[in-house]
Design a protein around this ligand. Structure first.
Ligand code: NDP
Length: 281
């Protein structure tokens, strides 16, 4: 693809960001659909985030993705935020319209689509256990309650953060969302239909700090890990070994990226190309 003076620019702002698969996925799709757009990655420190976001306006970017650790901080730097992103309190996609920046959260719907793809059904009526209470967990809890889960229980290393999530989620729907402490985990896992690791544990390929005793996982459980590493995380591999249906974080990565692509381009995203780009093949 030839980059000219007319080429539109989309980027990802994060720190670190060099490991990101987003440039590979989006550039392959832009080329495939003959769009005069290019996607680049910028490593931006927390201190520089306000000037980087202002740069999107000044330089006429088409849009951007936002990733760790900026998804929450970016919300107050935008001109508008859609309702779901405002509820979740995190933005992962920005659309620029004549210099005005509007924030979206495609992680929630990306999670729901990945779940449906891997499980063959949505979470309606399911009892769900979510590990973690950061940005990804907030998007996942929002997706679960909006899709009509029967109940959601949340466990996090830092209880105060999980308590805040449960308290916010009480305003999102009538689905019960409650905090559980470590001693309640075994019972919650036994009772759950769906277990989601929404912590970053496993990113480095080790098993060390996962809170959930894997011996509680059984045939009949659906287990998803948001961490994407190109291969199954140790947690998913163990769950798979115990007969659970497992869903890798890569599919959520693909689905959230397709949704962002559609917001920027108005085109249907070529999902297989995104899968190819995400797997790094
Ligand atoms: P945050 O920094 O907002 O939250 C991190 C979460 O992980 C917190 O709940 C934190 O607990 C927990 N955590 C971190 N280290 C440990 C540990 N050693 N032991 C126990 N808990 C720990 O990050 P995000 O929520 O934005 O992202 C979480 C993960 O999800 C990342 O790996 C990210 O790459 C992935 N992700 C994947 C997506 C996909 O499309 N597949 C989309 C979005 C995110 P505490 O509050 O106690 O610190």
């Amino acid at each position: 693809m030839e980059v000219t003076a007319h080429t539109g620019v989309v980027c990802i702002l994060g720190h670190p960001v060099r490991h990101s698969r987003s440039p590979a996925m989006h550039n392959a799709a832009f080329a495939d659909q003959g769009l005069d757009l290019v996607y680049v990655a910028f490593d931006v420190s927390e201190a520089r985030l306000p000037s980087a976001v202002d740069g999107l306006r000044s330089l006429g970017f088409v849009g951007a993705n936002v990733t760790i650790p900026h998804k929450e901080a970016v919300v107050t730097l935008l001109d508008e935020t859609d309702d779901l992103a405002a509820k979740i309190g995190a933005v992962n996609t920005i659309v620029a319209d004549q210099g005005r920046l509007r924030g979206y959260n495609t992680d929630a719907e990306g999670f729901r689509r990945a779940l449906e793809e891997g499980w063959g059904r949505g979470p309606a009526g399911a009892r769900c256990l979510v590990l973690g209470a950061g940005g990804a967990a907030r998007a996942i809890v929002a997706a679960l309650v909006h899709a009509g889960a029967a109940e959601v229980v949340v466990h996090n290393r830092t209880s105060a953060r999980a308590r805040r999530l449960c308290s916010d989620a009480a305003d999102w729907s009538s689905v019960p969302v409650r905090l559980i402490e470590t001693e309640e985990l075994r019972r919650a896992a036994a009772e759950a239909d769906l277990i989601v690791n929404a912590t970053s544990v496993g990113l480095d390929g080790t098993f060390k700090a996962i809170a959930l005793p894997v011996d509680m996982v059984r045939d009949g459980h659906v287990v998803m890990d948001v961490v994407y590493s190109g291969s199954m995380t140790p947690f998913l591999a163990a769950a798979h070994g115990r007969g659970a249906t497992v869903i890798e974080g890569t599919e959520m990565l693909v689905q959230q990226a397709c949704l962002a692509y559609e917001l920027w381009t108005g085109r249907i995203a070529p999902v297989q190309l995104f899968r190819h780009g995400a797997s790094g093949d």
